[in-house]
Design a protein around this ligand. Structure first.
Ligand code: CTP
Length: 394
């Protein structure tokens, strides 16, 4: 979000306080945010709150600084506009083209992508008039970030809560990202697998799933239709991605092979356990014997099996290596009949966890692109740039 210019319109609903938290997150991620509030919004949150968070003036009226023509300038300088929360009244005005305050006038003058995040009581939200206005805006290309179901300020439950911050941020990112994977079906595997030998003990590895989650999130941001098959992790899967949770390698195999054969790109970043204990005891083993022998049998190789039936699917594997990285990865590329493989150095703390990582992408006999060292979101973006380039050239 670094450098992103956001026009944030805040209207008069109780969820206006959440717009302040959203503003803070946007600013922390490097965005420049111009906030415009309606008079009703000012009853819920003071303009000073937004001014303090953004370090910029907050506009509340068409006549604040008329010589600077704020309704035009603010939406010309922004890359994207978001109205959050959007009341039924504001939605109706936008649908009808009524421009009677700074916010509605600016949105009417905007030529940038616009997102609307309704928040109101469920009864108001479900009014035919409101739903028709939202449908009209959607038809005109506005991104409607649907409200969520849950506790409402009036003490009732229903649909009307402002969309989560994560969904709002993802919508903004998607609106400013070229939709280069629009309509492309993508399958990503991520995380470790866990292979148990009694109800509380298992063997696994240090993968956290952060790489798979970042890859799935970036694909969705570029417009892909994404399924993420995710091993056990405490990290939250991305919004807007179909997530299938699995525990063992065999479950991962079922989930992956059960996906549509029309999947166009598979990125297998999961750290699948190659072995599993040959026996599982229903009873928890008791302390006592000075040593414990566990025999392992090999697990299915999910990616290799997928390659056997891959058809036109582009397969991108990962190679977690501690030595002779590229030689080992090239051997896997050939052995598993992959289109490309990303080499991951997993010595010590590197590679696993949410910190930095370094990747090199290999393909064909000698294709090689160093994706450098960066945080996982940046590397995921570079990986997709490289995959898209390979697809164009194939
Ligand atoms: N993989 C898989 N199923 C397995 C093992 C690996 O689908 N049982 C996939 C991984 O998701 C990754 C690629 O195969 O995309 C390579 O994984 P890696 O663990 O590096 O290689 P292995 O084939 O397991 O070889 P080794 O452990 O001997 O390095």
């Amino acid at each position: 979000m670094k450098g992103m210019r956001v026009f944030l319109g805040v209207t008069g609903g109780i969820a206006a306080y959440k717009a302040a938290a959203l503003t803070s997150t946007l600013v922390q991620r490097g965005a420049v945010v111009d906030v415009v509030m309606t008079a009703e919004a000012e009853r819920f949150v003071a303009p000073l709150t937004f001014a303090s968070l953004t370090g910029r003036p907050v506009y509340t009226s068409l006549w604040d600084a008329p010589e600077r023509i704020p309704h035009i300038r603010l939406v010309r300088e922004a890359n994207v506009a978001l109205v959050a929360p959007a009341t039924a009244n504001c939605i109706a005005k936008l649908a009808l083209g009524v421009a009677d305050d700074l916010l509605t006038t600016a949105i009417l003058a905007a030529r940038i992508p616009i997102a609307i995040a309704p928040a109101m009581n469920a009864a108001m939200y479900e009014q035919t008039s409101n739903l028709e206005h939202l449908a009209a805006l959607r038809d005109r290309g506005y991104a409607i970030v649907e409200p969520e179901e849950g506790y409402l300020a009036e003490g009732e439950r229903g649909v009307g809560r402002l969309a989560s911050e994560e969904r709002l941020l993802q919508t903004l990112e998607r609106l400013v990202t070229p939709q280069t994977l629009s309509g492309v079906s993508v399958l990503v595997t991520g995380g470790p697998t866990r292979e148990a030998f009694d109800p509380v003990r298992f063997v696994s590895n240090a993968s956290t799933g952060a790489t798979g989650i970042a890859i799935a999130r970036e694909a969705a941001r570029r417009g892909a239709d994404v399924t993420l098959v995710l091993g056990p992790t405490l990290l939250a899967p991305p919004e807007g991605v179909r997530t299938v949770r699995v525990t063992t390698a065999r479950e991962m195999r079922e989930a992956v092979l059960g996906q549509s054969p029309d999947t166009e790109i598979v990125v297998a970043s999961a750290a699948v356990a190659d072995w599993r204990p040959s026996e599982f005891s229903e009873k928890k083993g008791k302390k006592g014997p000075p040593s414990l022998d566990v025999t392992f049998v090999s697990n299915p190789d999910v990616l290799a099996e997928l390659a056997e039936r891959k058809g036109k699917t582009m397969l991108v594997g990962f190679a977690a290596e501690t030595h002779e990285h590229e030689e080992n990865a090239r051997e896997k590329l050939r052995r598993k009949h992959l289109d490309a493989i990303a080499v991951n150095d997993v010595r010590g703390e590197r590679g696993f966890g949410t910190g930095e990582n370094a990747l090199v992408l290999l393909w064909g006999n000698d294709g090689r692109k160093d994706l450098g060292s960066a945080d996982k979101a940046t590397l995921a973006a570079r990986l997709w740039d490289a995959i898209e380039e390979l697809r164009r050239c194939s």
